[in-house]
Unconditional design. Structure first.
Length: 603
């Protein structure tokens, strides 16, 4: 989760580090810090809280130096505080870290017994102390010797007092890239940190170590021998990582959905339905069952996809939480394949699930947004979403693009298995082409949700209910609302109300009922009547033209009357907007909700 940035060149590194950290603050904002070589001495400044606190602490005493590292923290070991902030320093070693060192307590106890004194409660200081312990003038040997004793995940940026003209970096499981400039070079956890300065970069593989100067980058493999690396080019425009005049990144990203959905869908349809993923998935004839494995919103996209794949392609689909999948019995059968979904392509539990599947010889398909991410590199098949950089912690455009890819996957399997006619395939393709315009039309009415939230902004509990794919939408709508507005919201299958949940319904309790599906519409309406009879305050989401008794709802959200195949995307957009304006009305930090980070790269 944490964000790392490093710079070496001919400019003042402090300003570059702070700018990079601001671009990475979505990865954690419990504290921030920088370490800069200033007159051959490493000057460390760090502060609890947001980067603004660090800037205030620096004030006019800006460290002057052309080499440094920076960090923004999502706390795991040790509470948010100045002393627990990164960078951490031990002897001649200064270090920043993203990840979790699982055996830190064991290593710490051993070093305490040897007489070393620890100042913080972090696992990261253990890494700094361990590298310093083995340092005898050779930084490379010290780093390799130390990481050989570390269990867990890490991306390290390291400075050594004796080498003011060099920056060192190494990774295992946690993401880290090396940016390539002219007379200057960088390290970063993610492209947005350096995108305004370079779009060229290397991707470090497991336990590859980068030795970086202003004019050169040397990368060593796990066996310490030099490695030739492919240069990647980020295709994202710099403006994609900026707010572009919007009050929040989340609002900008909600409004970007028509474009990114078009980017994700339309190129795949240029050769008609039979051309969808024909190159990426040339032979899927042996696949008989899918395990869709993901976390959070990505899992919810998989849940929607499951309904459509089973309905159209008649392929059985099991959706599983990645953090549970990796520790379950895993009763794979011949013909199984594992589909993993991750916006960043670095989600720790999802990556672990992918590796388990590959180890068991199960074909793997990855749906990811970040080109060259670890999951993208390791999966057998990669289906990219083209959502561009998503900065807000709460995903919007990446989620709808994931759903779109799942819908296209349904057509690919349907085509392979012959479960629908060619005429039907082309009909579904035409529906996919409509999605960008449908969403664009919905966004024109965004202001009505701003007014609606005034009636719900002060509630502390809220329920979402729905059936079929609407139930999956409830899960996604609920997580959006709770993560940015801090309203306690829960999602339930509407048919399960009488099995306990309805006991929580009392006068004034808000209930959002999603009834966008056709087959189960009347069933859901019956459940709405049950909660309304017990005093619930109801928002009903349904398609335009649906016949509903006005007495059973307090507010109604109408979505376009489009085919059910694409309706899940149409239905989620108003709920994204509702969550956004609710959070704004409550005075919450929409883009950086408390305790959360954008990319979950630790277990």
């Amino acid at each position: 989760m944490c964000g790392i940035v490093g710079y070496i060149g001919n400019k003042n590194s402090t300003e570059i580090l702070l700018d990079g950290l601001k671009k990475l603050e979505y990865r954690g904002y419990d504290s921030a810090g920088v370490a800069v070589f200033e007159h051959s001495t490493v000057n460390v400044i760090k502060a609890k809280g947001r980067i603004k606190n660090l800037e205030d602490k620096i004030g006019e005493n800006v460290p002057q130096g052309v080499c440094g590292i920076g960090h923004t923290r999502w706390a795991t070991h040790g509470e948010p505080s100045d002393v627990n902030s990164h960078p951490h320093r031990s002897g001649k070693v200064t270090l920043v870290h993203n990840g979790i060192i699982e055996n830190y307590a064991e290593l710490k106890d051993q070093m305490i017994a040897e007489g070393r004194v620890f100042l913080s409660g972090t696992d990261t200081e253990v890494a700094a102390q361990l590298i310093d312990k083995y340092y005898d003038g050779d930084p490379i040997d010290a780093i390799y010797t130390a990481v050989a004793r570390i269990r867990g995940s890490y991306a390290f940026g390291v400075l050594f007092d004796d080498y003011p003209d060099k920056l060192f970096a190494i990774r295992k499981d946690s993401p880290l890239i090396v940016g390539i400039g002219e007379g200057e070079n960088y390290i970063a956890s993610d492209i947005p940190a350096i995108l305004s300065r370079t779009n060229k970069y290397y991707l470090l593989e497991e336990n590859e170590l980068a030795v970086i100067t202003a004019d050169a980058i040397k990368i060593l493999g796990a066996d310490r021998s030099p490695v030739e690396k492919e240069v990647f080019t980020a295709t994202w425009d710099v403006s994609a990582a900026e707010k572009g005049g919007y009050d929040h990144f989340m609002l900008k990203e909600i409004n970007e959905q028509p474009k990114v959905l078009a980017d994700t869908i339309l190129p795949r349809l240029k050769n008609g339905a039979k051309g969808i993923f024909a190159e990426e998935m040339p032979d899927i004839s042996r696949i008989k069952r899918l395990h869709v494995v993901a976390c959070g919103s990505a899992l919810h996209a998989g849940m929607v996809g499951r309904h459509m794949i089973e309905r159209i392609a008649k392929v059985p689909v099991i959706t599983e939480v990645a953090s549970e999948f990796r520790y379950s019995s895993l009763l794979f059968e011949e013909g199984d394949a594992v589909v993993v979904i991750s916006q960043s392509g670095e989600t720790a539990d999802t990556l672990a699930a992918l590796r388990i599947a590959k180890k068991r010889g199960i074909p793997t398909i990855a749906i990811v947004n970040v080109v060259g991410s670890t999951i993208a590199r390791e999966a057998d098949i990669v289906l990219y979403t083209w959502a561009g950089p998503e900065i807000a912690v709460a995903t919007t455009k990446a989620y709808t693009c994931q759903v779109a890819v799942m819908l296209m996957m349904a057509l690919r399997f349907a085509c392979e298995r012959g479960t629908v006619s060619e005429t039907e395939l082309e009909h579904y393709s035409d529906l996919l082409r409509q999605i960008p315009d449908v969403v664009a039309e919905e966004l024109k009415d965004a202001e009505i949700y701003k007014e609606m939230t005034e009636s719900y902004k002060d509630c502390e509990d809220l329920f979402f209910i729905g059936r079929g794919y609407d139930c999956a939408l409830c899960w996604e709508a609920s997580i959006k609302l709770k993560e940015i507005s801090y309203i306690h919201s829960e999602a339930y299958a509407a048919g399960e109300l009488k099995h306990g949940t309805i006991s929580l319904i009392e006068p004034g309790m808000p209930v959002i009922a999603i009834a966008s599906g056709d087959k189960l519409f009347e069933k859901t309406v019956s459940n709405v009547k049950e909660v309304k009879a017990r005093g619930a305050k109801v928002i009903l989401l349904c398609k335009k033209g649906a016949s509903v008794d006005r007495t059973i709802y307090d507010h109604k959200i109408e979505i376009p009357d489009v085919d059910e195949f694409i309706r899940p995307i149409a239905a989620i957009v108003p709920l994204q907007i509702f969550a956004y304006y609710t959070a704004v009305a409550r005075g919450c930090d929409v883009d950086k909700p408390r305790n959360l980070a954008k990319s979950v790269t630790v277990e």
